[in-house]
Ligand binder design. Structure first.
Ligand SMILES: N[C@@H](CCC[C@H](N)C(=O)O)C(=O)O
Length: 285
């Protein structure tokens, strides 16, 4: 076990990450170390960890090495692994670019994830990512306290359940301190649950949705990029549209989901790097 671990802290709309540079895959990253780093009282504190490793140097990335030099090895705060993190990949791309580890070509910067290769297109403050195509595939429900809320299962590489709150239930009033209930037969690997209400029209978007999320492996977070993608897919489907722009407001800010006329799905929003340092791994409990 290493004594000192280099890290950078960053976030996308308040969904925060500890970024661990590990180009050659030498770090002995374990669920316990991830959980300790993400601990908000005894660690650095984050919703998840992004290990920056060359695709060729990670067993889950090696198959993508011909298409993307870098693999985003994403871990949730509880030490579990996930296939995709939409905010994570935007922050990860910001990190690669800021460190000079990669440059964006005319099509963008390819980044390998467990859900496949995505393409990041950097702006000055925002980063847009061409995500894998979301797939709406089943009806299901979530339970929060006495409420049973209908929703749709959406595969964004990772699993999501997008629910629409019934009239009269206020999004802000939902108690998400405890994990919502869901159907384990539909989601055997667990699920990220999004709660939505529709919003008033906003400039530059065809549709506007408010969302809160309870993430698998991280509890309630201020934002979830793949969750916003799932919400965007359901909103466009409900509106009978195949293309369009959906503004998704989360507690941490605004994400924009675009389905373009070439069948591509984009997730855009801010990606911020805050601090760099060293953590004493022995001091983490
Ligand atoms: N916050 C992320 C999603 C992280 C993974 C998720 N908790 C899971 O287990 O699938 C995002 O921005 O997409």
């Amino acid at each position: 076990m290493m004594d000192r671990v280099l890290f950078t802290k960053g976030h996308g709309t308040g969904n925060d990450f500890v970024i661990l540079p590990d180009p050659d895959g030498a770090l002995d990253l374990t669920p316990a170390l991830v959980a300790a780093l993400c601990d908000r009282h005894r660690g650095i504190g984050a919703d998840g960890v992004l290990r920056v490793v060359r695709s060729a140097k990670h067993p889950d990335g090696a198959g993508f090495a011909g298409d993307a030099e870098w693999f985003m090895d994403y871990w949730n705060a509880d030490g579990s692994i996930a296939e995709m993190c939409g905010n994570g990949v935007r922050v990860y791309s910001r990190y690669l670019l800021s460190q000079g580890l990669a440059t964006a070509g005319p099509e963008g910067l390819p980044v390998a994830t467990r859900a496949g290769v995505v393409l990041a297109v950097p702006g000055e403050l925002t980063i847009a990512v061409r995500m894998t195509t979301p797939r709406v595939y089943a009806a299901s429900t979530a339970t929060v306290g006495p409420l049973t809320i209908p929703g749709l299962a959406v595969d964004c590489g990772n699993p999501h359940l997008v629910t629409a709150l019934p009239d009269g239930v206020d999004l802000a009033s939902l108690d998400l301190h405890l994990a919502p209930g869901y159907d384990r037969a539909v989601f055997p690997e667990g699920v990220n649950v999004e709660f939505t209400t529709s919003g008033a029209p906003v400039e530059d978007a065809d549709l506007h949705v408010h969302m809160r999320v309870y993430e698998r492996g991280s509890a309630e977070t201020l934002s979830c990029g793949s969750g916003a993608l799932a919400v965007g897919a359901v909103a466009l489907r409900d509106a009978g549209r195949e293309t369009g722009v959906v503004a998704v407001d989360v507690p941490g800010g605004r994400l924009t989901v675009t389905a373009d006329d070439r069948g591509r799905w984009w997730l855009a929003g801010p990606a911020v790097l805050l601090a760099t340092g060293e953590v004493d791994a022995a001091a983490l409990s």
